[in-house]
Ligand binder design. Structure first.
Ligand code: NAD
Length: 378
């Protein structure tokens, strides 16, 4: 490079450094304004995640950015990342307490992972939270004496037998469980407790930094008017609440969780048996393959008991896996027989079944892959 070009490049790089400095100052200013909004929201009890406001704001910024020649996608990416940061920070300011006269919250299994998340969120909202874990049953009468809310968050395989021990709760106390299955726990809660009963299934793990945008499925048990405050409280944390019938929930979970975890487990088992060189696999993987590998590998960094419980939790899972296996065998037969036409025909049929969703999923995954491409991990 000539000396002249070197100088020009230095000058431009210096100008970029200055703009980056201004960007950092602007980001700091934006984050501090959002923190102020967080404090106002916390006092007023406004949910930290407001989907309509977020969508309207993004649409407006996209069109402004398009006009300025910056590109809507770029500004949306930047703002989404900033908003995620803000959601994580907003929880540090705490949340409005919707039911200050509740009495105690007792979390059975509160020293565990998910119980710990609810303990933190409830304490951030000003409730008095007590824990009853496996060695604390001798103190149960005192712990429950002033309980306005009891949350059961114990291993799935122990859930119903532990619920059956909760016969002495105060009559107005709200009894809630967080189990990944809903039918059986609700049945047992309704049997053991004559007061309000609610089933929750948080569709996230304990590693979430904020509940903003996380889905929590809820199943009404008894006296919904007595736990409406709790749903409102969860809404303030930013979670999206979805009402479900317990049986429909359990059937859907066979596909959403059981099937996915089971096939991931088998794929992981297959990888372990084939024993490839992981470093080499990663070197050969562009973001999409790396993400796919990560989705398999992350399962095995988690609790084997929990996944065993989810997979073994229902007979429907066993039946579903058998049907999957026969389809796998059928596809394998096409392959073994060299039936390329059969494969293409089957592919088209599935594509037709997905309909507009396949395009939607292509667009959504493109966004995710772009983020994965930018991330430090890939
Ligand atoms: P965990 O193993 O981390 O916690 C369970 C807790 O229950 C532990 O502290 C354990 O000591 C306690 N416990 C065990 N026996 C007990 C007893 N007899 N009396 C009182 N406490 C007892 O499990 P987790 O992952 O937090 O799961 C708890 C519940 O949350 C399960 O029902 C699970 O289906 C549900 N859930 C978990 C996740 C997740 O990703 N972890 C997601 C959604 C729902």
């Amino acid at each position: 490079m000539s000396e002249k070009s070197c100088d020009a490049l230095d000058e431009l790089r210096h100008a970029i450094d200055e703009v980056d400095g201004q960007l950092i100052e602007l980001l700091a200013k934006r984050l501090s304004l959002v923190a102020e909004v967080g404090e106002v929201k916390s006092e007023a009890g406004v949910p930290i995640y407001a989907p309509e406001r977020e969508a309207a704001m993004l649409a407006k910024r996209r069109s402004e950015a398009d006009e300025a020649g910056v590109g809507g996608d770029l500004i949306e990416d930047v703002l989404r990342r900033l908003m995620r940061e803000s959601y994580h920070r907003e929880k540090d300011t705490g949340f409005k307490c919707i039911k200050p006269d509740l009495g105690d919250v007792v979390i059975v299994g509160g020293r565990g992972k998910l119980g710990g998340v609810f303990k933190r969120m409830l304490e951030l909202s000003g409730y008095n939270v007590k824990v009853l874990d496996k060695d604390d049953w001798s103190s149960a009468p005192e712990l429950f004496a002033n309980a306005g809310l009891v949350i059961v968050s114990v291993p799935i395989n122990l859930t119903t037998e532990i619920i059956d021990q909760l016969s002495g709760l105060p009559s107005d106390c709200v009894l809630v469980d967080l189990t990944s299955t809903k039918g059986k726990p609700l049945e047992h809660m309704l049997n053991v407790h004559a007061g309000p009963v609610l089933g929750l299934h948080p569709m996230f793990g304990p590693d979430v930094a904020s509940l903003a945008k996380q889905v929590i499925i809820y199943c009404d048990g008894r006296s919904p008017e007595k736990y409406a405050w709790l749903l409102e409280q969860i809404g303030i944390w930013g979670a999206k609440l979805t009402l479900a019938d317990p049986q429909e929930h359990d059937n859907a979970m066979t596909l959403v969780q059981g099937m996915r975890h089971f096939t991931t487990f088998v794929y992981g088992q297959h990888l372990a048996a084939e024993n490839p060189n992981m470093e080499q696999l990663l070197d050969y993987s562009s973001p999409i393959y790396r993400l796919e590998l990560a989705m398999v590998g992350r399962l095995f960094a988690q609790d084997s008991q929990l996944y065993a419980d989810i997979i073994f939790s229902s007979n429907e899972n066993t039946k579903m896996f058998s049907r999957y296996l026969s389809r796998f065998e059928h596809a394998n037969t096409m392959l073994v027989n060299g039936d390329r036409e059969g494969f293409i025909q089957a592919f088209k049929e599935v594509s037709q079944w997905f309909g507009d969703y396949s395009q939607q999923f292509l667009d959504e995954s493109k966004q995710l892959l772009m983020q994965a491409h930018d991330s430090r991990a890939v």
